[in-house]
Design a protein around this ligand. Sequence first.
Ligand code: CAA
Length: 263
Amino acid sequence: SASDSYEFIKVSEPRARVGQVTLNRPKALNALSTPLIKELNTALRAFQGTPSIGAIIITGSARAFAAGADIKEMAPLTFSRAYLDSFIENWSELTTSVKKPIIAAVSGHALGGGCELALMCDLIYCTTSANFGQPEIKLGIIPGAGGSQRLTKAIGKAKAMELILTGKSFSGEEAEKWGVAARSYPDHESLMKATLDTAETIASYSRVAVQACKEVVNKSQDLGVRDGVDYERRVFHSLFGSIDQKIGMTAFVEKKKAEWFHE
Ligand code: CAA
């Protein structure tokens, strides 16, 4: 299977049209090494290129989503190498190359780069006891995979500044309350069931409409409201050029179930 070619992740299709990447470096609490990120990017690109896949899940274990960038790999890193190799830049490849929705299912530790990877996803579900945080300050560095920007957008400057300056963690329960996570669940099993159900629901809809939803919602993070609403309207208009708009509205009028057009 495709999973056999990976060392640090597992890939699966746990439900119809749903692709899943499970981070799998248990001895290092899924620390995100350069080889792991390369595998993650390869697997996500493969799901993006597989027409039958309509939604993607990234998850870890009950103990750790990911405990951050690999500190043992980074310890000897120099400024010149980090700068010349654009260290960490390829971590955010998924935010541009993957157009299908990605759900992060977070149990246990999601620290540093682990928290940032979750924040790069389109939707976060977590356990109430999940342990989110940006502890980089304790290592003499700062968040480097978007945490200072995405966490601040998600929870506001007051809370983000406090968390990033102190390195204190926040729970999955808080993540839900503050709007970082869409929902939280009492344990890993119920989290995974809910994540799979949501992924399956998303994957059952029109691919064109789903991709457009993701695109316009994510645009709101970069644009002001006026430009964002203009952008949304352009994309909204364009959907009247899709077959699925005709299929969806005709099915409604005829009181039938829509059978979406899948190329
Ligand atoms: N990198 C490398 N190895 C890590 C790691 C990391 N980020 N996190 C954990 N590990 C390793 C530990 O070294 C340990 O390995 P050994 O058995 O070989 O000693 C193994 O995973 C298990 O970890 P612990 O024994 O520490 O487990 P614990 O349950 O006592 O503690 C923890 C769990 C609180 C998550 C703790 O491991 C920890 O604090 N990890 C580091 C968290 C961190 O600082 N993350 C931010 C990294 S910097 C970053 O991510 C930069 C960025 O913005 C991109």
